[in-house]
Design a protein around this ligand. Structure first.
Ligand code: SF4
Length: 326
């Protein structure tokens, strides 16, 4: 099951956690071990825990090096696919090959569900930074929120994360998505804190659903609920180790290379395969980086057959239609 590497590398994009990051979309849409209610990458069509081959490592690595040469300096090359990156059985080979070829640090954003496997821990151990998902420490909440493959249990997943945290020499961070009425109480925060203390992340990021989620009833909690949740985590981890990522887009990346309309549109198409972008943000990107008028930018986005407009919390977003077609 191999395909060409076209558009497997996207960005660089400005990331609030990683600075300027070149993204690698190393699995096909939508292979994941979870089907989270808040997922921005569409429905999980292949719910699996079997690791497999997606792209030939040489093709993926060559495409990354080529994109990196074009992009100039970036802070991280990041495996952040629209699915679960550790399902890629060649992940370790790819990281090793990249490390031999480039000086840039490597990050992997994973849902951590396969860290109970020693081969997955070995692969991720090669990265410089790993971000693991810990949305809840309660099995019933985990099942509602992450809708895991039936063979996964939260206890096994958390134990895998704990083992990895003891072995991993790089930077380990966690991410927790807060959903209104699902995992946002002080009791949720208190039991999560216990788990986070056993993992000792350098930073625990708390995120809010600000882009269109898979289930349209998913909403961020009210501000006072978020604050109460954060205060519990801060009380145990310290103020500086708990960071809320609640805004929609990071600052506009003026350093993204300039290009013509079709080049910048190509960039937008590849980014929106992984997550939707606010329509206004994409318009601004075209105006700034392709030098077109606002009217022409809007027309180009709305007339692009590979993009669709979706609405969430009173805002318009664009998303690649290819997310659900591959
Ligand atoms: S949010 Fe991540 S872990 Fe959850 S379904 Fe989407 S890709 Fe998978």
């Amino acid at each position: 099951m191999t395909r060409s590497c076209n558009e497997v590398v996207f960005g660089p994009v400005p990331s609030r956690r990683l600075g300027r990051s070149l993204g690698i979309n190393n699995v096909f849409a939508k292979y994941c071990t979870y089907s989270c209610i808040y997922c921005q990458a569409g429905k999980t069509t292949n719910l699996t825990i079997e690791r497999t081959t997606f792209y030939e490592p040489e093709t993926l690595v060559n495409a990354t090096i080529k994109a990196l040469n074009r992009a100039g300096s970036v802070d991280y090359v990041t495996f952040v696919p629209n699915g679960e990156p550790t399902l890629d059985v060649n992940l370790g080979t790819e990281i090793r090959m990249l490390k031999n070829a480039i000086d840039t640090k490597i990050a992997v954003i994973t849902n951590a569900s396969l860290l109970y496997r020693s081969d997955v821990r070995q692969d991720l151990g090669l990265a410089d930074l790993v971000s693991v998902k810990v949305d809840s420490s309660i099995e019933s909440v985990y099942r509602i929120l992450n809708r895991p493959h039936p063979k996964l249990s939260l206890e096994t997943v958390l134990e895998g994360i704990r083992i990895f945290s003891r072995e991993f020499p790089g930077a380990l961070i966690t991410e927790t998505m807060l959903v209104r009425g699902v995992n946002d109480t002080v009791e949720d925060a208190t039991s999560l804190l216990e788990v986070l203390r056993s993992i000792e992340p350098s930073v625990a990021y708390v995120m809010l659903p600000v882009r269109p989620p898979l289930e349209d009833w998913v909403l961020p909690p009210p501000a006072d609920t978020v604050e109460a949740f954060l205060n519990v985590l801060r009380s145990g981890l310290g103020k500086n180790r708990v960071v809320l990522l609640g805004s929609l887009e990071p600052p506009h990346d003026v350093s993204y290379p300039r290009g013509n309309l079709s080049k910048i549109l190509g960039h937008i198409r590849s980014v929106t395969r992984v997550h939707p972008l606010k329509l206004e943000y994409a318009v601004r990107l075209l105006v700034t980086n392709a030098g077109v008028t606002e009217k022409d930018a809007l027309r180009a986005l709305l007339n692009d057959p590979s993009l669709e407009v979706i609405h969430y919390m009173g805002q318009r977003f664009i998303k690649s239609r290819l997310v659900s077609q591959r």
